[in-house]
Each structure stands twice: as C-alpha cells, then as structure tokens.
Design a binder for this molecule. Structure first.
Ligand SMILES: C[S@@+](CC[C@H](N)C(=O)[O-])C[C@H]1O[C@@H](n2cnc3c(N)ncnc32)[C@H](O)[C@@H]1O
Length: 387
C-alpha cells in the first residue's frame, strides 16, 4: 500500500510507524476476517484502517480527534483504489458504536496516545461496545508504554499483557472482562467533562486531548495582554483564532470586545467542539455580553477552508510538534494561510518560544514583524499584511 502524510509529504517523515506494522501483523495472525465490525482508534493517514480494508474487512470504523488524519486517510484511500466510503470516519466528538445488528466490536485496534488521561477516556468510551468476543489490541512505541499504560487497560477493559518489543514498538493485548464495571455510553458526553476557570472568570472545557487542559497557557496569556494595549481595535471586525484549542484566545477577546465576528478554527474536532461549548456556557452564564455576531466554529487544516481576504486580524499560538515529531511545517502553513485570509491592512499576531525564530519566518509573507511583548521564554510578534 502507498501511504503519504497529509496535506503534504514531508521529507524524512513517513506516514506510518513500527507500531502500525506490528498491530497489522498481530491482527493477521489472531483474527478471522469479518468476525464482527472493527474499530480503529487514533490512526494517522490510514495505515491501520486502510490496512484492514485491504485485508478484506468490510465494516471498519476509524475514530480520531484529528481532521487531518481523516482527510489524509481519505486521500490515501484514493491513491490505493479504496473507496473512502468503505470506512466510517467518526470524529472524537461522537462515540463510535458498532453498526447494527452487532452489539460489540469484534476487533479494536488502538494506537496508544501519549497522554494516559486520553487513553483512559478513550477506553471508557469504548467499554460499552466491547464484549468477551472482542479482540482488543493497543500498540505504540516502547518509550511511550509504561506500567501505568498497562494498568489503564487492566482497569478499564480487563486483564492485559504486553508483547515483546519489535523495532522499538510494543503491543498491549487486553482480554475483555465482563465483570469490569462499564459506564453507560450516555454518561460520557462532553457536557460531563471538567472545566477550568480562566483569570477573568470565563470557563473552558478541560479535556485530556486538549492543549493546556488544566490551566491557561503562559504564552497565550502573554499574547492576550499584548494585543490589549498594542492593537488598534477600531477598524477590526473579523478575527480568526487559528489553532483555537479550548478557545481561550477567541473567547477572551470576545469578552473584551463583544462586537467582533470571531472564527474559531482547529484541526482537532474536540478542540473546536470545546470552544463552542465554552462559548455557549459563558453566554448562558452571562459572562459574555450579548454578542453582535454569532461566532463561527470550523474544523480544517490551518484555516484552509476560510475565504481569501476575509479577516482583519489572525491570532496564533502555533504548535511546534506533530504527534511526537518537532516540526515548523504547521506554523508555516498557518502563516501562509493567514497571509491569504487577511484583508489589505490586516494583521497577524503570533506568540512563540524565542528559539523558534518566527521573526524571520513571518517576513516571508508579512511586513517586518514588531515585538509587542516578551518574557524570558516567549515573544509576541505583530506583522502586517503585504496586500
Ligand atoms: C499551542 S496550541 C494553542 C491552543 C490555543 N490557541 C491556546 O492558546 O490555548 C496549538 C493548537 O493548534 C492546533 N493545531 C495543530 N495542528 C493544526 C493544524 N494543522 N491546523 C489547525 N490547528 C492545528 C492544535 O490542535 C492546538 O489546539
């Protein structure tokens, strides 16, 4: 099978890893094809979901928090002559259930996430849909699998064992224990998640899959301080919170200036849904005054679906990791798209670690950036559209 990363192939980075190959080999050895529906969790670029379809599986659900992972897998399906409709692409904001009449998945293949809280959350949400007949296997790189990872499978699913390491990857196989207490599916919705309270009293969803889920990030707070005193808000209406996470930047700006038309965008389904939930809750609680415009909530890659010349200001605290790999590719795409999205006279405001050198990257697309705030670790830069 030919697999590429999405949206662009990256030199030196492949679209699958040793854990994916190990998982597929394990499935080939232990599963009778077609024995109940399959659920693939946290696949990136389709290695697992498309691998199962190629192996003859007809009922495959791919559950992910990443829009890019889903889009990338659909693009790879086309390259490999697989119909994208052969897989049911389920965002993390819904819980995947086996297609009727099945009551349980026959196979769950899970790429183990780095955050243990996220693993626990995913296993809890899957638990109502697995049974003693379900083959349940997780895989990851050895350095990310700890005693607590195995304990998590033990506690949420049933007795778990680990495989030997192969090419620095390891598997965890859990036997579904019918006596392990299972939460019912409805009790695990986003509305049941914890909240964090920001410095101004706004509340945000706290979710293990979200960036900075237990506190407001220091860099975002610095950006918010800086734009308060350094931006002329008078000509500004349309604002983009790009890579919005829990929505801290966009909602805080709306709290200050209720007439803004705010767009929240992220590639994480959960992030965009959490921003929407926080907006609704803060509005209902009277923490936001009635706004002039309803905000927009968009899941895409770096604002890729936002119209040209449609915004006056873009605010970004860019990620500098993609899964476990350090990369400037996402920040670059965010800057390039912002240049396209901004109107003449528009501005971009970016916060980042000093060593990331955004000052010189921004110059590729914008006027020379000005430092509008800094501390020991971070700088906030503001640059104008070249239109
Ligand atoms: C450093 S966090 C900032 C979150 C939020 N703005 C804050 O300040 O708390 C970066 C955000 O970028 C998002 N992100 C990563 N890759 C992305 C992409 N390709 N397109 C859009 N958002 C992306 C992540 O999901 C994450 O929410």
């Amino acid at each position: 099978m030919r697999l590429e990363r999405y949206p662009e192939p990256e030199v030196n980075l492949q679209a699958w890893n040793a854990a994916d190959s190990y998982l597929l080999d394990w499935v080939a050895e232990h599963r009778t094809t077609g024995d109940g529906p399959c659920c693939v969790v946290n696949d990136s670029f389709g290695a697992l979901a498309l691998g199962l379809v190629k192996a003859g599986e007809q009922l495959v659900v791919s559950w992910s928090d990443s829009w890019i992972a889903h889009e990338g897998a659909r693009a790879n399906a086309a390259v490999n002559n697989i119909a994208a409709e052969d897989v049911d692409w389920v965002p993390s904001t819904r819980t995947p259930s086996p297609p009727r009449p099945a009551a349980a998945f026959g196979l769950v293949v899970l790429r183990i996430p780095k955050a243990i809280d996220q693993l626990q959350d995913q296993l809890r949400r899957l638990a109502p849909f697995v049974g003693p007949e379900t083959l349940m296997v997780g895989g990851g790189m050895t350095k990310h699998i700890h005693t607590s990872t195995i304990a998590c499978f033990d506690d949420e699913i049933g007795p778990a064992t680990t495989s030997r390491a192969r090419k620095k990857a390891r598997l965890i196989v859990a036997r579904v224990d019918p006596d392990t207490p299972r939460p019912d599916a409805d009790s695990l919705s986003a509305s049941g998640r914890a909240r964090i309270v920001g410095p101004t009293g706004l509340t945000f969803v706290s979710d293990p899959a979200l960036f900075s889920s237990t506190r407001i990030d220091r860099a975002s707070a610095l950006l918010l301080d800086a734009v308060g005193s350094n931006i002329n808000w008078e000509p500004i209406t349309d604002v983009i919170d790009m890579g919005c996470g829990a929505g801290v930047i966009g909602l805080t700006l709306l709290e200050r200036i209720g007439r803004l038309a705010m767009t929240f965008t992220d590639e994480s389904y959960g992030a965009v849904e959490s921003s929407r939930a926080a907006w609704e809750e803060n509005l209902a609680a009277g923490r936001l005054d009635q706004l002039d415009h309803d905000p927009r909530f968009i899941v895409d890659d770096c604002g890729s679906t936002i119209a040209d010349a449609s915004a006056d200001l873009v605010c970004i605290n860019p990620p500098f990791h993609d899964a476990n790999t350090r990369t400037s590719a996402i920040a670059d795409r965010m800057f390039a798209n912002s240049a396209r999205i901004l109107r003449p006279g528009g501005r971009i405001v970016v916060v980042g670690n000093r060593h990331l050198g955004y000052h010189s990257t921004l110059r590729r697309w914008f006027t020379t950036p000005t430092v509008i705030a800094s501390d020991r670790r971070f700088v906030v830069l503001s640059a104008g559209s070249r239109r």
